[in-house]
Ligand binder design. Structure first.
Ligand SMILES: Cc1cc2nc3c(=O)[nH]c(=O)nc-3n(C[C@H](O)[C@H](O)[C@H](O)COP(=O)(O)OP(=O)(O)OC[C@H]3O[C@@H](n4cnc5c(N)ncnc54)[C@H](O)[C@@H]3O)c2cc1C
Length: 502
């Protein structure tokens, strides 16, 4: 044994170069009403609203800059009763929003957290609008890349996620200037300090100034998800992290902090994959080389989709992209191939947006994910698919189309048979940008133990509670950024007015 306790070990492994400073642990007498771990989508509004409510707040951010995933996120958010809806004369209700969310994710999201989101999402969006947030032309819309709502309540800022960050920063700076928020950047929360009775009473932080214990009345974990940490992601979801597309700080620190205090992780089984990522290579995690949305609402399909066995598995023009995503999810390693021919290439819009036919043809000559051949059998052999099965699949598709029979999967959009050589394939991978597993929280956003009790004074918001909580086993429009900001806002306001448990 090293003779170090768990807290000292955690701190030491988190920041080995600062080991000398660890000798100073426990020397500080600093106390804050609220400590927020993570200065991203959820953490910034939480710190801001707690400070505006009169609390003395510490905001701890591991990376040098505030913003987290807002730097990469499209930042699409949804809410009813917004000024943007009013501009277009749209009347809408939280109940209609709730019903749409639960329809899209087939009731797999947490109803209480969904309700909390939709009941307050409009206020969130109106607050952003009051602080300079402006939406893209024509927004709000019913949907973009995921299954659509029945009403226009979905919007994207003109600068994507950065429009949201821009709305926060002046107010945050004002609170920092008045001393109501103390901001520590480049500083990681390495440990939660807990009383013997289970109450969380502070945080051990590790940063340029060394390692320090800081006491806090309430501690909020807002450190993001784990979809940039391949090992942790696989452990929590039972599925490899197929592609690395999450913001790099999404390492799962908050999940481990919550676990260390007695919290429990739920929702890994809700993992849902998106279709159409063309990987740089079949390795885990791969990098995204290109992306074909495979969403009939964006582009009606000409090609067929097959699995590694060379068999079709889904109605490619199904009106629900979630249905297509579930189809991909059920295939080995979530791999799928788009198969098409020269006539389809010539006559359809490119399957990869913004690529022209010349680009597609060029990739087919040089890229290992793109294949072409003069026969279906030869195509299957070069692409690594089952040749006899692929031939049968194409024959069945063509025969039914030519004879006017119903398609095997009920597909309606069948512009032309797949019969003009050369034939083409593009290999694709199911993938995700977010982690579905997260800390179990109550409807008051308190971190919960496995048996259902709450850990006093400890809260979690944002992706650390898992995409499964608010988006369910699906990609429900805006149901990550919207709850992240909304829960941050609501929790910050509440904690400013709630004494911690002593
Ligand atoms: C490309 C992309 C597009 C997306 N588009 C959408 C969309 O349009 N709509 C939608 O709803 N969702 C979208 N999402 C998901 C959504 O953006 C995220 O789920 C959400 O932004 C996460 O917010 P967060 O506050 O939990 O995490 P973040 O915004 O990532 O913030 C977490 C912060 O915690 C910090 N941190 C981590 N560990 C520590 C530690 N130990 N100590 C201190 N700080 C720490 C990180 O550095 C980071 O700044 C998208 C995601 C991606 C990657």
């Amino acid at each position: 044994m090293t003779g170090l306790n768990r807290r000292e070990l955690l701190a030491a492994t988190a920041l080995m170069p600062l080991w000398r400073s660890a000798l100073a642990i426990g020397s500080t007498a600093t106390h804050y009403d609220v400590i927020v771990i993570g200065g991203g989508t959820a953490g910034i509004p939480c710190a801001l609203f707690a400070a505006m409510g009169g609390a003395r707040v510490l905001l701890v951010e591991k990376s040098p800059a505030l913003g987290g995933t807002l730097f990469w996120s499209t930042g699409q958010i949804a809410g009813s009763g917004t000024v943007f809806q009013q501009r277009l004369g749209i009347s809408d209700t939280p109940q209609a929003h709730f019903d749409d969310c639960m329809r899209i994710n087939h009731g797999t999201a947490d109803p209480a957290l969904t309700r909390l989101t939709v009941d307050h999402a409009g206020e969130t969006i109106n607050w952003l609008a009051d602080h300079g947030f402006e939406v893209m032309d024509g927004h709000p819309v019913t949907g973009i890349g995921h299954d659509h709502f029945t009403e226009r309540r979905y919007q994207q800022g003109v600068k994507s996620g950065l429009s949201i960050l821009d709305a926060f920063i002046p107010s945050l700076n004002a609170m920092i200037a008045t001393g109501k928020i103390t901001l520590l950047t480049g500083t990681a929360a390495a440990n939660l300090i807990q009383h013997a009775d289970g109450r969380v009473t502070g945080v051990t932080v590790a940063g340029p100034a060394g390692i320090e214990d800081i006491s806090g009345g309430h501690v909020v974990i807002a450190a993001g998800g784990c979809a940039a940490n391949a090992r942790l992601f696989e452990e929590l979801h039972g599925v490899p992290l197929y592609a690395k597309t999450a913001y790099p700080t999404s390492q799962g620190d908050g999940l481990l902090l919550g676990l260390s205090a007695g919290g429990t992780i739920v929702g890994g089984e809700k993992y849902a994959c998106l279709p159409g990522l063309v990987p740089d290579a079949f390795r885990y995690p791969c990098q995204m080389f290109a992306y074909a949305p495979l969403n009939p609402a964006i582009r009606s399909p000409w090609e067929i989709l097959v699995n590694a066995r060379g068999e079709r598995f889904v109605q490619e023009d199904h009106s629900s992209v979630h249905h297509i995503e579930r189809g991909v999810y059920q295939q080995p390693a979530h791999r799928h191939w788009a198969i098409f021919d020269a006539a389809m290439l010539e006559n359809s819009d490119p399957i990869i947006p913004k690529w022209d036919r010349e680009r597609l043809a060029r990739e087919h000559k040089t890229n290992a994910m793109f294949h072409s051949a003069m026969s279906i059998e030869a195509l299957a052999l070069t692409a690594g698919l089952n040749p006899a099965a692929l031939q049968n699949t194409v024959d069945d598709y063509n025969r039914r189309l030519r004879s006017g029979e119903t398609d095997t999967f009920g597909r309606r959009a069948r512009p032309i048979p797949l019969s003009t050589p050369p034939y083409y394939s593009i290999a694709m991978q199911g993938w995700t940008l977010v982690s579905f597993a997260g800390l179990k929280v109550s409807a008051e956003l308190q971190v919960m133990r496995d048996e259902g009790s709450v850990i006093p004074n400890l809260y979690a918001i944002g992706e650390v509670i898992g995409a499964g909580a608010t988006s369910g086993a699906a990609y429900t429009n805006g149901m990550l950024v919207t709850p992240a900001i909304t829960f941050g806002r609501l929790l910050g306001t509440r904690l400013a007015n709630t004494p911690p448990r002593r």
